[in-house]
Write a protein that binds this ligand. Sequence first.
Ligand SMILES: [Fe+2]
Length: 187
Amino acid sequence: MCMECPTNTINIGVADKDRNDIAKKLSVLLATDYMFFTKAYKYHWNVRSPFFSQLHALFETLYEAHFASVDEIAERIRTLGHEAPGTLAEFIEQSIIEETPGFNPSECFMLAELLGDLETIIQQMRKDLSTIEKSDIISGDLLVGKIKAYEKEAWFLRSHLEIVEDECEDEEEFSIEEAPKKASKKK
Ligand SMILES: [Fe+2]
């Protein structure tokens, strides 16, 4: 037995229990963010709209940003000494947003669904931040950066939704507030 070998003990000033709790919360965020990445990618491919170029590019910006984001979250989980979930089955199981197989709605619903999902993620991160920052300011800082970035994305989605809303007048009782609910009903 090598008595001089370094051990795998994590000794970074964050208690084992706290590292475990944070890793669990970050795993849920990772799974949810991966789900959001997939949904933005799907709508990048399938959007049909008079605003096709704008929305195709907007959805590309989103999926690229979230593809990078999941890597940051996974690497933070590893830094805390835990294993990151990395299969589609784990992501589906842990995600707090749902995917919509076979559902390619109008651009109004695409924007509203992604906006609703993003706001769900932001709300969860704010909730997690209040406990995480007490034991690990670095993981807290990771969340602060993500909340800031995702709130800006939500603004972009909201602004695009306001533009395309006029194009959706033919859809029955379309409204920004109701669209996410209608989107989930159409699953
Ligand atoms: Fe593309």
